[in-house]
Design a protein around this ligand. Structure first.
Ligand code: KG4
Ligand code: ZN
Length: 320
């Protein structure tokens, strides 16, 4: 079994996955409540919480799998991109555990992790496919030809899709993170009530900062009336984001000549996006937002460093 550890943002997660991709345990300790009152993740607060949670979460995963550390053959851990202080907690825990038991370690890129959420049992997606990765930190169109790698076809030039959901939610007085709350509010609204234009970037890139600003202006212009129109605003705003995502995804699939489209990351949980891409394969709901099962899954395809060659590994904040 592979032990996966993920601490790149505000979820402390550990999972046990078999080499064939069966999830034996997946434990996620969310820090959402801790950060909500700040309206976003506070890096230093996140690191300290990871430090408290990482050992109990790993223990809990072993209990859930009915396993002991003797059955762990490899440790896979997120090395980046993410909050460096947060990443270092998971990375240090992984190194210590692997070192103590003379195990190999695989350093996993978080984005490869999201894609590898598609390779788990019981219903894995096989390459080649076009993948939309839409999360709180990233929006990418990926050409996936084999399980261990991908090529980036397009990305966002400003905000990530999840960030656009979160910022819109904030403007509408919903909490943080607001993607799921905005989706719930939108259910009672009319998606055609307002028109929010989304910038069309050349090629296969995205831009979401303008649509957020146009929501801000409409809310401001509505004044006192905005409160009564919140559901309509949410529905129209969500429609604009989903349209931008689905149109570009279909264009990318055509350009790269892929018959299969897959969608991963936190925004893949959005049901309007699921409806807009009816033939696409979506990551299972439990694996859309950050988790360690996807990291363990990616660990099966990454470079395994033998004991003790991983001790000097560093975390990285961004891919560049
Ligand atoms: O993948 P993820 O857990 O974290 C990152 O790696 O960034 O994604 C979190 C993002 C947040 O921005 C959250 O608002 C968004 O995913 N999200 C949603 C939904 N559920 C989560 N966005 C739209 N609709 C949802 N149902
Ligand atoms: Zn993520």
């Amino acid at each position: 079994m592979i032990l996966g550890i993920e601490t790149s943002c505000d979820e402390t997660a550990a999972a046990l996955v078999t080499l064939s991709g069966e999830v034996r345990a997946s434990v996620i300790a969310s820090q959402v409540d801790l950060h909500a009152r700040h309206g976003g993740v506070v890096p230093e607060v996140a690191s300290r919480r990871h430090l408290e949670l990482v050992t109990p979460v790993i223990r809990e995963a072993l209990v859930e799998a009915g396993a002991t550390l003797d059955e762990v053959e490899t440790v896979a851990v997120t090395r980046g991109p993410g909050l460096v202080g947060a990443l270092l907690v998971g990375l240090s825990a992984a190194k210590a555990l692997a070192w103590a038991r003379r195990l190999p370690l695989v350093a996993v890129d978080h984005l490869h992790g999201h894609v590898a959420s598609l390779y788990l049992e019981p219903d894995p997606v096989d390459p080649p496919f076009l993948c939309l990765l839409a999360s709180g930190g990233h929006t990418l169109l990926l050409d996936v030809r084999e399980r261990g790698s991908f090529e980036v076809l397009g990305t966002t030039v400003d905000d990530a899709a999840g960030e656009a959901f979160d910022k819109g939610a904030r403007l509408l007085g919903l909490g943080y993170p607001g993607g799921a709350a905005l989706e719930r509010l939108a259910r009672a609204g009319d998606p055609d009530a307002f028109t929010f234009p989304v910038a069309r970037m050349p090629g296969l890139d995205f831009s979401f900062s303008g649509v957020k600003t146009s929501l801000l202006y409409v809310v401001r212009d509505l004044g006192d009336e905005a409160e009564a129109r919140r559901a309509d605003l949410a529905a129209s705003y969500q429609r604009a984001l989903v349209r931008a995502l689905s149109e570009r995804t279909l264009a990318a699939a055509e350009q790269a000549e892929h018959d299969t489209i897959a969608v991963v990351g936190g925004v893949a949980a959005n049901s309007e996006l699921r409806e807009a891409l009816p033939s696409a394969r979506f990551a299972p709901l439990a694996l859309c937002t950050d988790n360690a099962a996807m990291i363990a899954s990616a660990g099966r395809y990454g470079r395994s460093l033998p004991y003790p060659r991983y001790l000097d590994l560093d975390a990285y904040a961004s891919r560049a």
